[in-house]
Write a protein that binds this ligand. Sequence first.
Ligand SMILES: *Cc1c(COP(=O)(O)O)cnc(C)c1O
Length: 404
Amino acid sequence: MIEDMLRTPAAVRDAERHTAHNYHPLPVVISSAEGAWVTDVDGRRYLDCLAGYSALNFGHRHPTLIAAAHAQLDRLTLTSRAFVHDQFADFCRELAALCGKDLVLPMNTGAEAVETGIKVARKWGYQVKGVPDGQATIVVADGNFHGRTTTIVSFSTDEDARADFGPYTPGFRIVPYGDLAALAEAVDEHTVAVLLEPIQGEQGVVVPPEGYLAGVRRLCDERTVLFIADEIQSGLGRTGATFACEQEGVVPDMYLLGKALGGGIVPVSAVAADAAVLGVLRPGQHGSTFGGNPLACAVATEVVRLLATGEFQRRSTELGERLHAGLRALIGKGLVAVRGRGLWVGLDIDPTLMSGREACERLMERGVLAKDTHGSTIRLAPPLVITEEEIDHAVAQLTAVLAG
Ligand SMILES: *Cc1c(COP(=O)(O)O)cnc(C)c1O
């Protein structure tokens, strides 16, 4: 194809013209997708190894999810929570069962689930734990990513995410991720919750030391503090289990879910916890116009059913081993480190070779889409429907990129 007959360059320029530049996308303009593959406006195909930051765990346009969405579009899309609708009960019951919790509270975006978790923990702290009014603290980890609201960026340690957005919300203490002693030190009688990602995705798929999450669980039990697990990215099959916490034998008091819960179709997030925790909310104290809407519930119920089969968790475990093995073989050949779990990998590229951004641009030219996180780190999170051959293909393309 002749370069100036391509539609991509003009489409990239058009896409930039009337938007705030809060993203720096790779110059690919996607127009259709199916499973693990996307197609751009020039008809080129790419293997999607980002999967919408794990919002597309079941691949693009999974037939079961698309069918549920179509059927619901033809019947009912929105009621608000002022009324009950016929998709609500099944969704809440089945998601609660998947989580092993009494109750769920549906919202839309991940950040809203995090905000909900913070509000519930504070109210629980005042009403159940007996913390003096206005004194509640929540302990979080450095390197965290929990979303973009003003309160959430208040406890970010990423200066890009935080700078110039103050004044910041008080009530958070930041400790080093993976350091139990520091955590124990930071928790006091006013602490209502410890809020953590069981694996830090945005930070580069950072897995904490073995025993850390179990230690957090013990500490929270001893000090009557809620353990809130932000499983928005790590959960719902990504690591080879329904929840990353499960793989450490840990059950948190509260799960924060999002991303894949919407099946790559609609934004759906939720908080799941027992009645002793979520039960502190009374009518009028929290809500969302779109949270738990019929379309969201219809799609997310099918997501829960896909997960209940265990098939995607199994795929992530088995195919993840192949992906990790393929990538580990590149250590010393352009990679300095590989870490992660299941079909979720953080790669550190030798920074003297190229930046993460440059590696992603070269991968794109070879038909593989991935995204750098920080500096020379790339995150791979392909859809869990990816095949062995496609994994080998992705590894082969990365091998070629690293070989220059
Ligand atoms: C993506 C993400 C969020 C925020 O979700 P949004 O839907 O973008 O608001 C929160 N926590 C974690 C761990 C995430 O990966």
